[in-house]
Design a protein around this ligand. Structure first.
Ligand code: SAH
Length: 355
């Protein structure tokens, strides 16, 4: 059975499904899902992420988190957590860059939140020297100081889409006709969660809601507020969304979101406003949402690139220069990707970010 067969059967039985249910099936179906069955990253995969582009990304994230840990009096032990660690590259770079920070590795309990068996295996190989623990959900994070990074994790969480119609909203749904998937619309009605968006939208606008992000942020912000720590959330997106940002990528090319269920990566832009509101509601603070390029420049990526360039020449040097540009330039990832930090009320914000 293909995932399309499974989805068509489900729609015939239960009726059209929300975009969120469609995304969840496509990404996480236990045997046919995109993340559950493969390694999607790198040049042979469907997309590339910042840590796969250059070691500099993870090194600077690691140093920012380690500085927070020192500023907060080196709490021991603490959880060093990554959400959605992919191949384990980012965590490996964080750990390598922080080797010289006295006490950091001894105090760190490396904890990975991952759903994909295929990626867990890769992470186990990459991080075998650091005895990581895997958990299925942030709800299982221990009650201790939490230093956390999430890069391109929240964009993989399922979103629902709503079209404004007068003062009501109609949900965009996935249905089927003759065994082919197609988009449709649900009935028009009020949506309590969207009442604040009547002011900044007009008839026909589409907006997106990511309900799954809120309980995750609640746990993270709660742990940091009560035990100390910091979090760096890096993703493409903005304060809040307007318009359809659901995107499918296959072999580094965009494809139609309904064209290849389970075979293409599906993501949506991350709205930072609800994440920020949840953070404050948990008694934790958040930084300004800062472009990735600005964040990395403040942490010294250019000096790091210059240091690395001394040992390189020819094509290796070209690769380094291209990576620096790709991570920081406003026309590449520098502006599209944003960083928001979480930190306790009594502590300084993570280096590279402003309160
Ligand atoms: N952070 C990595 C990988 C990003 S890809 C990097 O920057 O390279 C998204 C990651 O999130 C993958 O590891 C994927 O398996 C994981 N993931 C997606 N949805 C998830 C969920 N609901 N719970 C836990 N992990 C998830």
């Amino acid at each position: 059975m293909t995932l399309t067969d499974h989805l068509v059967a489900r729609i015939r039985q239960d009726g059209p499904m929300s975009v969120a249910d469609y995304m969840a099936e496509c990404l996480l179906h236990p045997t046919l899902g995109y993340y559950t069955t493969r390694d999607p990253l790198g040049t042979k995969g469907d997309f590339t992420t910042a840590p796969e582009i250059s070691q500099m990304f993870g090194e600077l994230i690691g140093l920012s988190l380690a500085q927070c840990w020192m500023d907060q009096g080196k709490p021991t032990p603490f959880t060093l957590c990554e959400l959605g660690p992919g191949r384990g590259t980012l965590m490996a770079d964080i750990l390598r860059a922080t080797r010289g920070v006295p006490g950091f590795h001894d105090a760190a309990r490396v904890t990975l939140v991952e759903v994909s068996p295929a990626l867990k295996q890769l992470q186990a190989e990459t991080l075998k020297d650091y005895a990581p623990t895997w958990i299925d959900s942030v709800a299982d994070l221990p009650d201790q100081p939490l230093f956390l990074v999430a890069n391109e994790f929240f964009d993989a969480l399922p979103i629902r889409q709503f079209l404004r119609d007068g003062d009501g909203w109609s949900e965009r749904l996935v249905g089927e006709r003759d065994g082919a998937l197609l988009f449709g619309r649900g009935p028009i009605g009020p949506q309590a969660a969207l009442k604040d968006r009547l002011a900044d939208t007009k008839d026909g606008d589409l907006i997106e809601l990511c309900a799954a992000a809120i309980p995750i942020l609640t746990v993270i912000a709660g742990r940091i507020a009560s035990h100390g720590g910091a979090a760096l959330i890096v993703d493409y997106g903005d304060w809040h969304s307007l318009g359809d940002t659901l995107q499918a990528l296959q072999n580094h090319e965009r494809t139609e979101p309904l064209a290849a269920p389970g075979q293409a990566d599906l993501t949506a832009h991350v709205d930072f406003e609800p994440l920020a509101e949840t953070t404050l509601a948990c008694g934790c603070r958040h930084t300004r949402v800062t472009p990735q390029g600005v964040f990395l420049e403040r942490l010294g990526i250019t000096a790091r690139a210059q240091a690395l360039s001394k040992a390189l020449s020819g094509s290796e040097l070209d690769v380094l220069i291209a990576a620096h540009r790709r991570l920081t330039h406003p026309d590449e990832m520098g502006n599209l990707f944003k960083v928001m930090g979480l930190f306790p009320a009594y502590a300084a914000p993570p280096p590279g970010l402003e309160p």
